[in-house]
Design a protein around this ligand. Structure first.
Ligand code: PXP
Length: 248
């Protein structure tokens, strides 16, 4: 691969939360998300993402400790902006922390963080993580006001929520994709490193992967689900291929 293509390569962060969901259904050790992370790396993941939720419904504190010990690629810890999560992040010092909104009753992260509305509350977390050398990302909707708030908070990265785009179809989906394209352009023009993720599948990934300003996609649920039918290496390999093809 040429130097230019390495620089342009869109990174794939594989989210392993739902390996832990299956493990926790039985309260035993199998299947081990840390083992899945190793397999994901061999299959082409550029990083591993894990969300330590307040209710520990999937990833556990021990998983984060083990991932921090054994991973050969960057760990992206998704976390709510709480003192408990900050303490855990500062203890393990992952490569990156993506701050996400968290509501107890939600099935998954339902909307982006209100970086503009919660500016004062978030500042402390962004500052503390940044001071520890952790790359801070804010998970936001593709919205100008939120991007500007991320810049004024001093977060170097934002991850655009692609969940709505993935759920829609027809013209509304096209419109939402255009919002993601515009937000990617605008965020990059403000100096933010732009990532995207949530809900992406083989059917929805290509138009997002083709957005040149995006540097990283974080994908989990679809890959783990597809792995039931074809194995994790095949599902990640196919996602990687679709991303590279869209980028080319
Ligand atoms: N990015 C963020 C910030 C998330 O919270 C999640 C879900 O944990 C993802 C990406 C991955 O979403 P999915 O599991 O739907 O691919």
């Amino acid at each position: 691969m040429s130097r230019a293509s390495v620089l342009d390569k869109l990174r794939l962060g594989v989210n392993i939360d739902h390996v832990a969901t299956i493990r926790n259904a039985r309260g035993i050790r199998h299947p081990d998300p840390v083992r899945a992370a190793g397999l994901a790396v061999r299959a082409g993941a550029d990083g591993i993402t894990a969300h330590l939720r307040e209710d520990r419904r999937h990833i556990s504190d021990e998983d984060i400790a083990s991932l921090s010990d054994v991973l050969s690629v960057p760990l992206n810890l998704e976390m709510a902006a709480t003192d408990e999560m900050l303490e855990i992040a500062l203890r393990h010092k992952p490569h990156a922390c993506c701050i996400v909104p968290e509501k107890r009753q939600e099935l998954t992260t339902e909307g982006g963080l209100d970086a503009a509305g919660q500016h004062n509350r978030l500042r402390h977390y962004v500052d503390e993580l940044g001071r520890a050398g952790i790359r801070v990302s804010l998970f936001i909707d593709p919205d100008k006001e939120q991007l500007e708030a991320a810049v004024s908070l001093g977060a170097p990265v934002t991850e655009l929520h692609t969940g709505l785009y993935c759920e829609l179809s027809g013209q509304p989906q096209e419109d939402e994709l255009e919002r993601i394209r515009e937000a990617s352009r605008y965020g990059a023009s403000l100096g933010l490193e732009m990532h995207a993720g949530h809900g992406l599948s083989y059917d929805t990934v290509a138009p997002v992967a083709a957005i040149p300003e995006l540097k990283e996609l974080n994908i989990g649920h679809f890959l783990i689900g597809e792995a039931i039918f074809h194995g994790l290496e095949v599902s990640i390999g196919e996602m990687r291929r679709l991303m590279d093809e869209a980028r080319a």
